[in-house]
Design a protein around this ligand. Structure first.
Ligand code: KG4
Ligand code: ZN
Length: 397
């Protein structure tokens, strides 16, 4: 099989990205243009601004990815683009551009699910390191600004399929990091700054009650879970989701608990001072942020992160036990979190379960993961029809 060079394009949220990946196993170039500075004053992603920024960035970003790869437009074998999930207007910029380019170059176009991209970020980097062995069943936690999902991932021949065995009922984990950071006057995005500040606080100072899921999930009851293992360890028997425990997440409660703590401890005034001190600084130094945080706030931040990490790790490992998992992937923007990584490593080692993460640049949104996820579809000639469009709420199957 000759090598195949796929140009990936990603524009689902606030990053315009393009990359060239060889045969799903080698990153030849990887360009990411971040819109953080645009959205920072609003404390979150503003959809209209995201579309406008994608329009501005898409041509130079793709050009740069090809130049870095020393490839001409003509010398790539296929294009891949994120179809969903994500912001409809943002997705459409990448899709329209990829369609036009594929048509003009007369190259095949592959539509990729963003969540599958996050899973393939792990596979791509493991192959790049020379690790081609993979033990099944594989469980993947995709944890980002928009998603907290647990998938069983299966491979038949070249093609992959996925079963969702858990998802968030309300806020995604990254969303909780972002909202808590905004509430505490720490800017956007929240995950990286909370990650860095947590080392300076006492994670046992504030006790958060464990997240509770009170209502049955209507969506889950309609699903079935083929490929799940029964108690005797036999795989592949379709069982209804009701006969297997689900592993859902919920993070709106902890956000409210942080707000309540801010109110009872009268932290509003110091938050306002911090907000003004950091206002307009695109990437403030840690020293400046620390100089504007009292110990009580640092303890709150460290306790919040500890509670988030404990919940993500304990639910994922419980799911791994239930489904007799052989390999664990943790991926998506929140997988860049230091405490999450070390806790997963420690806790899964106790169970003899190997855990894999993408490198930090490949944890957050990028197009290399889109080009990598497209490779099995390229081999199977699963090309997108020219009339396909963005699917903001696209599920992964
Ligand atoms: O995967 P991603 O780039 O975009 C989505 O698909 O959502 O994830 C972005 C999310 C944001 O919520 C951001 O705060 C979070 O990932 N994040 C982190 C860290 N780095 C990014 N959360 C916790 N710790 C980090 N170090
Ligand atoms: Zn993402």
């Amino acid at each position: 099989m000759p090598p195949a060079f796929i140009l990936g394009i990603e524009s689902s949220c606030d990053e315009t990205a393009a990359a060239v990946v060889r045969s799903g196993e080698k990153i030849v170039s990887n360009v990411v243009a971040s819109q953080i500075a645009t959205h920072q004053p609003y404390g979150g992603v503003v959809p209209e601004l995201a579309s406008r920024e994608h329009l501005r960035a898409i041509v130079p970003v793709v050009r740069q990815a090809l130049a870095d790869a020393k490839k001409s437009y003509d010398s790539i074998d296929a294009l891949a683009v994120t179809q969903g999930p994500g912001l409809a207007g943002a997705l459409l910029v990448g899709i329209s551009y990829a369609k036009a380019l594929a048509f003009a170059l007369d190259k095949p176009l592959i539509a990729v699910n963003h969540l599958e991209g996050h899973i393939h970020a792990v596979l791509l980097e493991e192959r790049q390191k020379g690790n081609h062995e993979l033990r099944f069943p594989v469980l993947a936690l995709v944890v980002s600004g928009g998603h907290t999902h647990l998938y069983l991932a299966e491979q038949q021949g070249e093609s992959w399929s996925y079963q969702n065995i858990g998802h968030t009922r309300d806020d995604a984990a990254g969303e909780a990091f972002d909202k808590v950071a905004k509430l505490l006057g720490l800017g956007y995005p929240g995950g990286p700054v909370i990650d860095r500040l947590s080392k300076h606080g006492n994670p046992s100072a504030v006790k958060f009650p464990p997240s509770q899921i009170k209502h049955p999930d209507r969506r889950a009851r309609l699903d079935s879970v083929p490929g799940a293992r029964d108690r005797g360890g036999r795989a592949g028997t379709p069982v209804s989701a009701t006969s297997k425990a689900r592993f859902d997440f919920s993070y709106s409660g902890i956000k409210t608990a942080v707000l309540r703590y801010v109110e009872t401890q009268a932290l509003h005034e110091s938050i306002e001072v911090r907000r003004q001190a950091l206002d307009g600084l695109a990437k403030p130094d840690l020293e400046i942020i620390l100089a504007n945080c009292d110990q009580k706030t640092l303890d709150l931040i460290a306790s919040f992160q500890r509670a988030m990490v404990d919940d993500l790790v304990s639910k994922t490992l419980a799911a791994a036990r239930e489904y007799d998992i052989a390999t664990l992937f943790v991926t998506g923007g929140v997988a860049a979190n230091n405490e999450l990584r070390t806790t997963f490593e420690q806790e899964s080692a106790k169970e003899g379960l190997p855990v894999f993460f993408p490198s930090r640049p490949l944890s957050t949104d990028n197009a290399a993961m889109i080009a990598a996820a497209a490779y099995p579809k390229f081999l199977a000639k699963q090309f997108a029809p020219m009339e396909f469009s963005a699917e903001a709420g696209m599920a992964l199957k």
